[in-house]
Design a protein around this ligand. Structure first.
Ligand code: ADP
Length: 360
């Protein structure tokens, strides 16, 4: 196509078949390519819209675009690539009418593998990337999120004027280091929840999610109770979840529990986004989760080493610092969040949501 006239159409056709290095899809199919123009001075500008808050191979993508443009139009004057972010979402609000693009469940086959730690750091990491994030503690049997994020505040109720003039009472989530947080611990004593059976749990969780004033969110991260399927079933009936992140430690027994967690999510029709290996290192070994993920055909979202700083910071309610400040674990915690967002966007690129067909 060398030396053809440079204009919007010829630029589009030279770029649309390029394969982006992360999603491995042509730019036209992934919706990345938002615009391509030639200015009055002959300079070319390309607009790329990314569906994730953090895209790890941006310079590779820029190089690919530059090479394609320079090969097709050797005389091209200046070239500018402008990036913007528009987080893709399933609009997971479902029957609860929440204004949330993606609801992510964080689960584990058993307690003690660091599920709540991963859920909280995932929420803070997505926020650090610039996304609007909320964190829900639905681990009714052992709600630990308020402790991990260091809040002893209680949420307050506020009255709003509804569309039809009715007064609505909404709960304002607690803010912890800039993150909107809600926990079952704010409302019930743990001993009380332990005796709850399915229907009571269902009612409590739906009310607790529905009556909260979340505002607009890109991601709502839910820390699930370990093992049992009750809460997962409830959530899958109420919300169109983006998917579940399964946390496990590298020990064999924890891996077997992780397989159960994967099966449980699949049973209640919540897609599994991937598996995270937490506490990997000398004591428990490492790499088991990745192998298990491959066997189950589930993406591996990353590993978080066993690290004293993680335990220390979470014990004193400072988990946001692991992500915000330079910590030994910062890079791997950010990586897990980046990969999670990528897997969500991948599902949406591969199965685009079509607007409902209107039959007149
Ligand atoms: P779960 O939610 O699975 O029951 P928690 O997130 O409450 O587990 O973590 C259990 C304990 O392990 C906590 O004291 C936490 O600080 C610690 N912990 C979690 N992940 C790590 C890690 N990667 N390195 C060191 N300690 C960790």
């Amino acid at each position: 196509m060398a030396n053809s006239e440079i204009n919007e159409a010829s630029l589009q056709s030279c770029l649309k078949e390029l394969i982006d290095p992360v999603f491995q899809k042509p730019l036209s199919a992934s919706g990345f390519l938002k615009g391509a123009n030639v200015g009055e001075d002959g300079g070319v500008s390309i607009q790329i819209e990314l569906p994730v808050p953090s895209y790890p191979l941006q310079s590779e993508l820029s190089e690919l675009i530059e090479n394609a443009v320079r090969t097709a139009f050797p005389d091209c004057e200046g070239l500018k690539i402008e990036y913007s972010i528009n987080i893709k979402g399933k609009n997971s609000g479902g029957r609860l009418g929440l204004n949330v693009k993606n609801v992510i469940a964080v689960g584990a086959g058993k307690g003690g593998v660091g599920k709540s730690t991963v859920a909280a750091s995932l929420a803070f990491a997505l926020k650090k990337y610039g996304a609007r994030v909320g964190l829900v503690d639905a681990d009714v049997y052992g709600p630990s999120i308020p402790h991990l994020v260091g809040t002893s505040e209680k949420p307050v109720a506020q009255e709003f004027q509804g569309k039809d003039g009715q007064t609505l009472t909404r709960i304002i989530p607690v803010e912890a280091d800039g993150l909107k947080v809600m926990s079952m611990a704010f409302f019930v004593e743990p001993e009380q929840a332990v005796i709850w059976r399915g229907p009571m749990l269902h009612k409590a969780i739906s009310q607790f999610l529905q009556d909260t004033e979340w505002g607009e969110l890109d991601y709502l991260v839910i820390d699930m109770p370990p093992g049992t399927g009750d809460v997962s079933l409830t959530l899958s009936q109420l919300l169109d979840l983006a998917g579940a992140v399964v946390v496990c430690s590298p020990q064999q027994v924890a891996l077997l529990d992780a397989v159960k967690a994967v099966q449980m999510f699949r049973q209640v029709k919540i897609p599994v986004l991937g598996i995270v290996e937490n506490m990997s290192g000398d004591i428990f070994g490492r790499g088991g989760a990745q192998t298990k993920g491959e066997e189950l055909q589930i993406p591996f979202l990353g590993e978080i080493p066993m690290n004293a700083e993680i335990r220390e910071k979470s014990d004193v309610g400072n988990i946001s610092q692991l992500v915000e400040a330079d910590s030994e674990s910062q890079a791997c915690l950010l990586k897990v969040a980046e990969n999670t967002a990528i897997e969500i966007a991948r599902t949406l690129i591969e199965n685009p949501i079509r607007p409902p067909l209107e039959i007149l």
